[in-house]
Design a protein around this ligand. Structure first.
Ligand SMILES: C[S@@+](CC[C@H](N)C(=O)[O-])C[C@H]1O[C@@H](n2cnc3c(N)ncnc32)[C@H](O)[C@@H]1O
Length: 238
């Protein structure tokens, strides 16, 4: 696949700041599924070390709130400035997705790459914590690491080569997620599909030089990608 916007970031930056399958490629493909105009105010939820936030602010022209629990907003702001961005374009904030400090209907859109499955598996999450912050008619775009088919009752050895059953419980198939979203009143599922760049995003990730990528390598080398996908979800607030 071609990723003209992702390519504006040096590969060394992607490798230093990724926390999972190449977030730049996942984000660029995800945004192709929707039509969020430049100038939109976007929440990047679970933004990690800020790669997707910088991509959206610099290459898509959004005003981005980069909200994350584990990363340091000061470190992220240094990275954003290195990318040529200012605090008029991008705002890093340490926040828990279950207690977001924003006004109701504040955001035009929400984007979440490789993070929603940490906090969104609770079916009450979407309706109670996230949807109220989005304008009516606004979209939520999620790239969720998932399974082609749920296989928690009989986990293949290739998955267990890197992950425990508890860790694998963070991954589910499209039917499971559809049932989860159906419980949120006021959310319409516009579209769900498997993303095309999953394999290359994982290949980029396991080539990174950090202990988390090294830990995931055994599963990928044992054939785990036959069972894994990335689920692109497009939701709209009614
Ligand atoms: C696998 S990392 C992905 C980060 C980033 N989106 C990327 O792709 O590089 C998952 C992220 O989810 C965030 N996260 C987990 N639980 C969270 C919560 N309750 N509230 C906000 N962020 C959370 C973590 O801080 C972490 O940065």
């Amino acid at each position: 696949m071609k990723f003209p916007k992702t390519s504006t970031f040096p590969q060394s930056t992607m490798r230093e700041r990724s926390m999972g399958p190449n977030p730049l490629k996942l984000c660029e493909e995800l945004l192709d599924y929707a039509d969020i105009p430049a100038g939109s105010v976007v929440l990047d939820l679970g933004s990690g070390a800020g790669l997707t936030s910088a991509l959206m602010a610099r290459e898509f022209g959004y005003v981005v709130y980069a909200a994350d629990l584990w990363s340091d907003p000061s470190d992220n702001m240094c990275f954003f400035e290195e990318c040529g961005l200012t605090n008029r374009q991008i705002i890093p904030i340490k926040a828990d997705a279950t207690a977001l400090p924003f006004a109701e209907e504040f955001f035009d859109a929400v984007v979440s790459v490789d993070s929603y499955n940490y906090f969104g598996r609770d079916p009450s999450y979407l309706g109670e914590h996230l949807l109220p912050l989005v304008k009516r008619g606004g979209e939520l775009l999620l790239a969720i690491p998932g399974m082609v088919r749920d296989c928690h009752d009989d986990l293949p050895a290739c998955l267990l080569a890197s992950w425990t059953p508890e860790q694998l419980d963070f991954m589910h198939d499209m039917d499971w997620w559809r049932a989860n979203f159906a419980q949120a009143e006021g959310a319409e599922v516009v579209d769900m599909c498997e993303m095309c760049c999953t394999r290359e995003a994982w290949t980029d990730w396991v080539a990174c030089d950090n202990k988390f990528a090294a830990g995931d390598r055994a599963a990928v080398e044992a054939g785990a990608l036959v069972h894994l996908n990335t689920i692109a979800v497009r939701l709209r607030r009614r």
